[in-house]
Design a protein around this ligand. Structure first.
Ligand code: AMP
Length: 438
């Protein structure tokens, strides 16, 4: 029986990987311009990190983590990037080294969710974190950067949702208000939410169970419970977003699936319907309590977001697949293979991408392959060329060819590559064996 990839996990083959690389490149250049440096943390962390920081009652921790014991360690393959980055921030004493730290990360995350359109068990996130700045200006800057990012990636139909969940006191009052609201409805809630009613009623609001969603319809919103400082933070954030011209909707029902958030929460949702129920492209918020909770001596405010790369790729234009090689080497006789290998190696050393087909195919088959892989040039070495110390260089784009001595190959190739590619497709005639090739 054929061994297949694990359910919910995908291979990314080279043509598709080219799109990933473009996405990653755009992400890196936008966030690096805004002062973020890349952090790479281990994909495995202590299970305790996620249980403590994400919250034992969240779906991620209660149902979706890939956790296992090895020797005496309880380990989990990371389901998200914020907790690991925060651990690294504390462990490496960053708060002592600099007042404000801006980090970004990019990589796979793992959640044992039920696979669906836009929902995988291994998926990829690119995210940013700011540590050390409590002010609403960095919330606004971060949200504005998220919109710049998705627009640069070609996403058009989206809405930014913003809310404030308040700080610890507000959340405690909100929990009480939700308990009062949901208690008379307890019988109509899912089993999970009946338990959440006792442990953490906020989680009922982001339950995916239709019974819980129905019961949540009339639930109080957190806005009325915000204290003066929370409300002032939110008002300033909204003012800055208006200054920046970032369109958004204030969504007092927005709660996010992880427990660590304080004050600002935001989510960017696609509105075209292409992703069905999985319409969140990215989400984030403030988590001012986590750094001290992780053992840092002083509290350090923090905010961040994570963007799902599979979802971005599902809604952005395809983009060109992988580019073909600059030069395809076609040795026509076995005795020409060694010389072709040497010439290709030397061109590569000069920065020209080359591929060589040493399988002993006919020239027609090799030209067809060079054309299919969208090579720009073909370097043909047949018996006659070999005897004369020459190569036939065929320009598939401009439909012309020349013969040059081995020593002049690089110059001939460079001159042709300097001319931009035309978009014209190779004509059928080009697939015929040229008269000058033996
Ligand atoms: P979260 O870490 O849950 O706040 O998710 C942040 C973003 O990651 C979401 O907006 C999605 O774009 C993406 N994401 C989360 N879970 C998955 C998943 N199972 N499959 C694909 N993308 C996901």
């Amino acid at each position: 029986m054929v061994v297949r990839a694990v359910r919910g996990m995908k291979d990314i083959l080279p043509d598709e990987a080219a799109r990933w690389q473009r996405l990653e490149h755009t992400f890196r250049s936008i966030v690096e311009r805004a002062g973020y440096g890349e952090v790479r943390t281990p994909h495995l962390e202590s299970t305790e990190l996620f249980v403590r920081e994400i919250g034992a009652d969240t779906d991620v921790v209660a149902k979706e983590m890939y956790s296992f014991s090895r020797h005496d360690d309880e380990l989990t393959v990371r389901p998200e990037g914020t907790a690991g980055a925060a651990r690294a921030y504390v462990q490496n004493n960053l708060a002592q080294l600099e007042p404000v730290t801006r980090w970004y990360y990019l990589g796979p995350m793992f959640r044992a969710e039920r696979p669906a359109k836009g929902r995988f068990r291994q998926f990829h996130q690119a995210g940013c974190e700011i540590y050390g700045d409590a002010g609403p200006a960095c919330d606004a800057e971060l949200i504005a950067m998220c919109t710049e990012l998705v627009m640069a990636l070609g996403v058009r139909d989206f809405v930014v949702h913003v809310n404030s969940i308040g700080s610890a006191g507000t959340r405690a009052r909100y929990r009480d208000a939700l308990r009062d609201y949901f208690s008379p409805l307890a019988g109509s809630l899912s089993d999970d939410s009946q338990r959440r009613l006792v442990t953490n009623p906020l989680r009922i609001l982001d339950s995916k169970d239709p019974r819980d969603q129905e019961a949540s319809r009339g639930a109080p919103s957190v806005s009325a419970l915000l204290d003066e400082d929370d409300a002032a933070h939110l008002a300033k954030l909204r003012g800055y977003l208006e200054d920046l011209g970032v369109p958004y909707v204030f969504d007092p029902r927005l709660v996010r699936g992880l427990d660590y958030y304080t004050r600002t929460l935001f989510e960017l949702k696609i509105t075209s319907g292409e992703l069905g129920a999985q319409d969140a492209l990215l989400g984030g918020g403030r988590y001012d309590e986590m750094i001290q909770h992780l053992g840092n001596k002083k509290p350090v405010p923090a905010i961040g977001f994570a963007m799902g790369l599979e979802r971005i790729l599902a809604v952005t234009p395809l983009g060109a697949p992988r580019a073909g090689p600059d030069c395809f080497f076609a040795p026509l006789v076995e005795s020409a293979v060694g010389r072709s290998l040497v010439l290709a190696k030397s061109l590569r050393e000069h920065g020209v991408s080359c591929e060589l087909d040493g399988r002993g195919q006919s020239v027609k088959a090799m030209l067809r392959r060079a054309n299919a892989m969208k090579a720009r040039l073909v370097a043909i070495v047949g018996q006659e060329e070999l005897e004369r110390g020459e190569v036939t260089v065929k320009d598939l784009d401009r439909h012309e060819q020349v013969r040059v001595p081995f020593a002049d190959l690089f110059d001939a190739v460079r001159a042709r590559l300097a001319v931009p590619r035309s978009s014209s497709e190779l004509s059928r005639d080009e697939l015929r064996v040229p008269a000058s090739v033996p």
